[in-house]
Design a protein around this ligand. Structure first.
Ligand SMILES: [Zn+2]
Length: 289
């Protein structure tokens, strides 16, 4: 055991995760012939430097490629330290960091004043390799690694990293161990189906964004909780169920359930606007204004 985390754990042949004490975050390392792929980069420069030192203790291989599972700071604000590696991320992860990265930085600084200085010094460095909803296949020193978009869930830009030859999936925060799922940027009504598509990848081992390594049975149980929460959200949004009753029946603690209800309301409005925009942009239809 090292002081700052649990050390590298091999979760499949030449596939490792490091569980950091800070944020209880998991970082992944996938070794190929001649290079290592890194999954997520931690929260600020000193944390990313520590990650690089840990990586050097694991392997002498260079990290030429990095993946960000999504645009939350604890998974990608360390990017600049891992350059000049190519950084892969969903197209909307890139867009989010470009347009709302500063907003996220300041919100996080307010929430974590003891590390505000470190966050203030971060150079937000969005991925430079964009992945569309159709996903991407990486060649990591002759080893195939798949980046899959399973749908909207924890955010609108969650990428899942599949190492097919060992059946390991890095799930990002689509799966959460040790704490309830986090809804602050989530799509509560779509999340269960997204986890279904993750399970369709038939992983033997799932490394969540935070907490302990789990198996598919854990993910199926969490999917049932997400589905129960989605059902309650849907009934509150349509006015069928009072919010207080939904909070009482929710499978998650009240603050998480409250976040889910709020996001269900917001994302329903976003979807309606997107549909309107698609209609307004259709040929032959005049755009207002
Ligand atoms: Zn997250």
């Amino acid at each position: 055991m090292s002081g700052h985390g649990g050390g590298w754990q091999e979760v499949g042949e030449r596939v490792f995760r490091f569980r950091y004490r800070s944020m209880d975050l998991n970082v992944g390392a996938v070794l190929g012939d001649g290079e290592v792929l890194v999954v997520d980069t931690r929260s600020w420069a000193a944390e990313a430097e520590e990650l690089l030192a840990d990586l050097r203790a694991l392997t002498g291989l260079p990290h030429r490629q990095v993946v960000n599972t999504h645009a939350h700071f604890d998974h990608c604000f360390g990017n600049a330290t891992l350059r000049p590696a190519a950084v892969w991320g969903h197209r909307r992860c890139i867009e989010n960091l470009r347009t709302r990265g500063e907003e996220q930085r300041h919100a996080t600084m307010r929430g974590m004043p003891d590390v505000a200085g470190a966050l203030a010094a971060v150079r937000i460095d969005p991925p430079d390799r964009a992945v569309d909803d159709g996903g991407a296949t990486l060649d990591v020193g002759g080893r195939r690694v798949e980046l899959r978009f399973c749908g909207r869930g924890h955010t609108d830009n969650d990428l899942v990293v599949l190492v097919p030859d060992v059946g390991v999936v890095f799930a990002g925060d689509l799966v959460e161990e040790g704490a309830p799922p986090s809804y602050e940027d989530a799509f509560p009504l779509e999340w269960p189906a997204t986890v279904d598509r993750l399970l369709d990848l038939a992983p033997g081992i799932v490394v969540p964004g935070h907490g302990d390594v789990v198996g598919p049975d854990f993910v199926r149980r969490q999917r049932q909780e997400l589905a129960a929460m989605a059902d309650l959200c849907g009934r509150v949004v349509t006015g069928e169920l009072p919010a207080a009753e939904a909070l009482r029946r929710a499978p998650f603690p009240e603050d998480h359930a409250r976040g889910a209800l709020e996001r269900a309301r917001v994302t329903r409005t976003l979807s309606a606007r997107a549909a309107w925009r698609a209609g307004a942009a259709a040929p032959g239809r005049a755009r207002p204004g």
